[in-house]
Design a protein around this ligand. Structure first.
Ligand code: KG4
Ligand code: ZN
Length: 332
């Protein structure tokens, strides 16, 4: 029963073929072009998706050993994300589904990050608490059923991944900054520079990362070019530690507030080694199960969209022809 899933919400053109919770293939074509701009340019992303979506879908089908006419359902990210980028994926999905009168499942991107945890092998059952941290979002999700989640707290300004990418850029690293910042930080001393762990006295479950970015700007200004050059690894280590510190502090606070039998992570920042280690230590301490998906399921991919689609209502032909993508908010 192959389901074809397409994800184009940001700068990765992704397609996957699933049979229930089993991923038969998952193809991600990252648009390296944005590196030269130091971040994602929405118009460039949309145009790149346009060229890549056909070949990426064909590749996903070929790797799964499936033909287009064997596909029984099409899932696609409807939002949130960059509207032009989303429209390319949605239009492609409609064009693939409509001729065969196949059902189409418009899927929520953040639900996808949660649903990556439902895939084989070793899927997890709700209830669990899921920390979602990506380039566009940072939130604590209370997952009580597979069809959605409750937002328990979220960032009031920048997302964690956004802070990571901006910090990495200040330290002269390319885009996306996460893996490069992590590698640089591994050579540094986290205690050499103190960065504020924002919201630590705030009793709620919201996050804030914009002040942290500002403090790195000031640190770099005070150190001067040569000073920054000499201390890049220490700056990266301190900056990353402050981001991980806040994420783990809020996760811990959410666990104080409510008993959750398990914790899961999602979103690109969940690929971060020090974050994974810190959350593992927290869960170990509290005797709570921790579910970690592989790094390829943390960053954007279409397998997670196919997984979320299994728990999302499908639209029948021709009802989806007028269905539109959404840049912000959610379908939940
Ligand atoms: O979920 P994702 O692939 O795309 C969005 O939905 O935004 O997340 C991308 C974000 C980027 O900000 C990227 O720098 C960050 O995830 N990221 C990481 C790592 N790998 C990716 N952040 C920290 N450490 C990593 N290893
Ligand atoms: Zn994402």
């Amino acid at each position: 029963m192959p389901l074809l899933a397409i994800e184009t919400s940001c700068d990765d053109t992704c397609a996957a073929v699933l049979d229930g919770p089993s991923v038969l293939s998952s193809v991600v074509s990252s648009q390296g072009i944005h590196d030269s701009f130091g971040g994602v340019v929405p118009e460039v992303a949309a145009r790149q998706h346009l060229g890549l979506v056909g070949p990426v879908v064909e590749d996903a089908l070929a790797r799964a050993g499936a033909e287009l006419d064997q596909v029984e359902k099409v899932a696609v990210t409807a939002g949130p994300g960059l509207i032009g980028a989303l429209l390319v994926g949605l239009s492609a999905a409609k064009a693939i589904a409509a001729p065969g009168r196949l059902p189409l499942v418009p899927t929520d991107h953040m639900h996808g990050h949660v649903a990556a945890n439902f895939l084989e092998p070793d899927p997890i059952d709700p209830p669990f608490l899921c920390l979602l941290a990506s380039g566009g979002h940072t939130l604590l999700a209370g997952v009580r059923e597979r069809s959605g989640f409750e937002v328990l707290g979220q960032t009031v300004d920048d997302a964690a991944g956004e802070a990571i990418d901006k910090g990495a850029r200040l330290l002269g690293l390319g885009y996306p900054g996460g893996p490069a910042l992590e590698a640089l930080a591994a050579r540094g001393e986290p205690g050499a520079f103190e960065f504020p762990v924002a919201m630590s006295r705030d009793p709620g479950l919201d996050f804030s990362f914009s002040g942290l970015k500002t403090s790195l700007v000031y640190r770099c200004r005070d150190l001067g070019r040569d000073g920054v050059e000499a201390a890049r690894a220490d700056l990266a280590a301190g900056y990353q530690a402050a981001i991980v510190g806040q994420l783990v502090a809020k996760l811990s606070r959410a666990l104080d507030r409510e008993r959750w039998p398990a914790v899961a992570l999602g979103g690109g920042v969940a690929a971060n080694g020090p974050l994974r280690q810190a959350v593992a230590a927290l869960c170990d301490d509290r005797g709570i199960r921790l579910k970690l998906v592989g790094l390829e399921l943390c960053t954007d991919n279409a397998a997670m969209i196919g997984s979320a689609a299994r728990y999302t209502a499908a639209l029948e032909y021709p009802d989806y022809l007028g269905f539109n993508a959404f840049a912000t908010g959610g379908s939940r």
